[in-house]
Structures are given as C-alpha cells and as structure tokens.
Design a protein around this ligand. Structure first.
Ligand code: M6P
Ligand code: ZN
Length: 194
C-alpha cells in the first residue's frame, strides 16, 4: 500500500486566488500567438511590453486517479483588438473527465466546445459554478474591467491536451461590440473533421 497522504489546508483569497501556491504559472501575450483573430493587434501588444494575460496558482496534488486537483486562475482585464483576454483552452488528455469552475471575483465566460464543434457558454460572476461535462474542451474569457478569478477542480488523472485547440481554435470568440461582450463566429476556426 502507498504511504497515506496528509490532508492539506489551503487558504484562498477571493481576489487573488490561492494564497500560498506551490507553483505559479504565468501566461503572457507571447504564449497566445495564433489564438487571437487579430494578429496585428497581438503583434502590437507584444511590442508594447508583452503583458501578462493570466496566472494559475497551483497546489501540489498527485496527478493520479482518485485525487482531485485544484487551482485558481486570474485572468487580467484587457483585449487583443476587440477580443477579450482569455486562457489558451484545452481538452482533457483523458477526455471522459469533467471539471468544475467556481467564480470568486470579476466576470467572464466559460466557453465550451465538443470535438464535433458544438458550443456552449456560461456567464460567470461571483457565486456561479460552471460544470464542464466530460468531452467538452474549455476556455475562460475575462469580459469585465477587473480581474476575473475562479477556482477549478478536476480529476487527478485528467491531464491537458492543447493540440486540438492550437490546431483548430474555438468556433466562437468573445468580442466587444458597442461596449458589450458578444459571441461571434471565429474566422480562424477549422473543423476537426476538415
Ligand atoms: C484552470 C484549470 C487548469 C488550467 C487553467 C488555465 O485553472 O483548468 O487546469 O491549466 O485553468 O487554462 P489553460 O490550461 O487552458 O491555459
Ligand atoms: Zn480542464
């Protein structure tokens, strides 16, 4: 039998996320190349100091069946052209695994998509829990004017698959139009089925 793991106490600040993370992952504009429709706007932002887009604060949990991994993500407010700051987005490597997103601060959207191109979006604000069923790829988007902070929980063995999103993109994108966030068709999307 494996050694019994000790329980963990984690303090979460609703505005900043996990207070003492074991690992902080930061994604900058340069990590998002190819993901935004307006490539010129992305290049401009790169030349203006390559700002941070989001930060993930992780706690060390074994990436194994039976465990539940949890972390918090902060997406900063901002846009690339008309398109709001967002995460890269991924499917789970083990696609039949679900995930829970719980909004702590700010507002945004949890955008989901199946391999077949079916799309669903949940408006997130503090107190809203979004359930991502198995087989749905997911990305989060900050449509507000302050940090969008959420807690995520997913099975230890879920893993991340970025390839599908990197290759095909999302069918929809969130843009600002007349001061409002709207979901539009993404001109760069290519269906997995060709
Ligand atoms: C959430 C979880 C993480 C994920 C992060 C950022 O915290 O789903 O597993 O890494 O969001 O999203 P991405 O990995 O797509 O950049
Ligand atoms: Zn996930």
């Amino acid at each position: 039998m494996k050694e019994l793991m000790k329980p963990i106490r984690t303090l979460v600040d609703f505005k900043r996320g996990v207070v003492n993370p074991d690992r902080v992952i930061e994604r900058k504009t340069s990590d998002m190349q190819g993901m935004y429709a307006d490539e010129l706007a992305l290049k401009k932002l790169l030349s203006q100091g390559n700002p941070f887009i989001y930060q993930i604060r992780e706690v060390n949990i074994p990436e194994e069946t039976g465990h539940i991994i949890y972390s918090t993500t902060v997406i900063y407010p901002g846009k690339v052209g008309d398109e709001y700051f967002m995460t890269k987005g991924h499917f789970h490597a083990k696609e039949g695994t679900a995930e829970i997103y719980f909004c702590l601060e700010g507002e945004g959207y949890l955008l989901m998509q199946t391999r077949q191109g079916r799309v669903s979006a949940i408006h997130m604000k503090p107190g809203v829990l979004g359930y991502i069923p198995p087989y749905w790829g997911h990305r989060t988007i900050n449509t507000g004017n302050k940090e969008f902070v959420f807690l995520t929980l997913f099975p230890g063995d879920a893993g991340h698959n970025y390839e599908i999103i990197e290759k095909c993109g999302f069918a929809k994108m969130m843009v600002e139009e007349d001061g409002r966030a709207i979901l539009k068709d993404n001109p760069k999307y290519t269906s997995l089925n060709g």
